[in-house]
Ligand binder design. Structure first.
Ligand SMILES: Nc1ncnc2c1ncn2[C@@H]1O[C@H](COP(=O)(O)OP(=O)(O)OP(=O)(O)O)[C@@H](O)[C@H]1O
Ligand SMILES: [Mg+2]
Length: 438
């Protein structure tokens, strides 16, 4: 049931208005002055207020001003009730947000029609508010789901990468182990030689070197194969150190790749972040592609969410590797090329991830960023990579993600990120370029 608040200090007029409004099927509440009007409006939440302008104390215009200043009450349509020829107040009232006005004496039908019209407006407004609330709730829910999806994709990709990373670490770990075993054997041979040399030293000091002792030392030297060892031991040590460096590099890249950050943006060296991502994903592309990197060493630190940025690069690199694999086929000896380039373009940085893969057919180019659009078989892709990449680049970083493609030649994805003032972020890392990233 709709409810109308009638505010008038004149009992006769108030009674007449109550009658008309009630006859038209609305509930009525009343007030006889401005202050009471505000109290009743706040407690009863009427759908329409019929407000007399000329009242002693607080005038109708004052009441109107208070109503419109209140977040809770400002949406209630107000119909001013005014004396004939009171144009100034009517204009002031309409300017302050009154919905309509009626002049006294009023025709009953006109009053009823104006109340109906104001109620329709209130109902439309209420519907809009409800729709807006629902829309907000749906948007929040969609954003929550998108966040969860992105998180799930990230976890899935990390899980997937873990197998490749284990393999990448296993290779150097194995040859470091082999080399250390070799050095252990060498040391055992050397022990025999050292003992003989010690005996020779003692005998020399006493002037008692015998031919027999010399023959024994010679035999021990032969057994230890000193020429061979002086060649091989430094090699084994060098190789082991290189293996340890590789493992350390992979571990550092893993730490940087899965960088949880502090939840906020940080000014980071994008070249280095890309290198880390290429290192942890090496097993995904190394069988199908040679890697070419062309990093702008002058690239300024860019404010971004490090974990999210890494995920974008990973998604594009994996897509590129898949597209190349499609062209060269499995177990092929030939490889394609993955080229990653960074450069500065005035207030933007541009990152290009180009592959010499299959290219994107014209009829799906409009769909590749859609949720769950994939051309890959189950287990190889779920169609989320580019949706997430675009949402990270565009929505979270105010950047752009576009592509150029030629069927049969390959595809280049181009990320552009704005270089914002680095003072609004809380960590800067020194640019550091390492060659041995992959
Ligand atoms: N570099 C590329 N070359 C050719 N086609 C591509 C390339 N990148 C994306 N596509 C096409 O766009 C589709 C959508 O890519 P997207 O990364 O969103 O999903 P996906 O790779 O199929 O699965 P996911 O990334 O979720 O594992 C791909 O299935 C593929 O058809
Ligand atoms: Mg993908």
């Amino acid at each position: 049931m709709t409810r109308v608040l009638i505010v008038d200090d004149s009992p006769d007029i108030a009674r007449l208005m109550v009658k008309v409004v009630e006859e038209n099927g609305h509930d009525v509440v009343t007030a006889i002055n401005g202050r009471q009007a505000l109290e009743v409006a706040a407690s009863e939440h009427p759908d329409v207020i019929l407000l007399d302008i000329m009242m002693p104390g607080m005038s109708g215009i004052d009441v109107l001003r208070h109503l419109k200043a209140s977040a809770e009450l400002k949406a209630i349509p107000v119909i001013l009730v005014t004396a004939m020829n009171d144009d100034t107040d009517v204009i002031a009232g309409l300017d302050q947000g009154a919905q309509d006005y009626v002049t006294k004496p009023f025709k009953r039908e006109i009053l009823a029609a104006r109340v109906r019209s104001a109620i329709r407006i209130k109902q439309n407004h209420d519907q809009l508010v409800q729709l807006n609330e629902r829309l907000k709730a749906e948007t929040a829910e969609r954003e929550r789901m998108q966040r969860e999806l992105a998180q799930a994709q990230k976890l899935e990709s990390i899980g997937h990468l873990a197998a490749g990373i284990a393999h990448e670490i296993n290779t150097p770990a194995q040859y470091v182990g082999d080399n250390i075993r070799f050095l252990k054997e060498v040391l055992a041979d050397f022990e025999g030689l050292l003992k003989k040399l010690d005996l020779l030293l003692q005998a020399g000091k006493q002037g008692k070197i015998t031919d027999e002792l010399l023959a024994e030392v010679e035999a021990a030297v032969l057994e230890a194969d000193v020429d061979f060892l002086t060649d091989e031991v430094p090699k084994a040590i060098g190789q082991s150190l290189e293996g340890i460096d590789r493992v350390a590099n992979i571990v550092r890249a893993m730490k940087e790749f899965s960088h949880p950050g502090n939840g906020g943006k940080q000014a980071i060296n994008l070249n280095r972040a890309i290198e880390s991502t290429l290192t942890v994903s090496r097993n995904e592309w190394k069988y199908v592609a040679d890697l070419v990197t062309d990093f702008d060493p002058e690239l300024p630190p860019v404010s971004c969410l490090p974990g999210d940025f890494n995920q974008v690069i990973l998604n594009l690199v994996v897509n590129g590797a898949h597209a190349i694999a499609d062209v060269i086929g499995e177990n092929s000896d030939s490889k394609g090329t993955l080229a990653i380039r960074t450069r500065r373009d005035e207030d933007w940085v541009e990152i290009q991830v180009a592959d010499t893969g299959s290219g994107i057919p014209e009829d799906i180019r409009d769909n590749i960023f859609d949720h769950f659009f994939t051309t890959k078989e189950v287990g190889k892709g779920t169609g989320q990579g580019l949706t997430i990449a675009r949402s990270i680049v565009v929505e979270k970083h105010g950047g752009t993600l576009s592509f150029e493609t030629q069927v049969g030649r390959g595809t280049k994805f181009i990320i552009r990120l704005p270089i914002t003032d680095a003072s609004d972020v809380d960590e800067t890392r020194e640019p550091e370029l390492t060659e041995a990233c992959c």
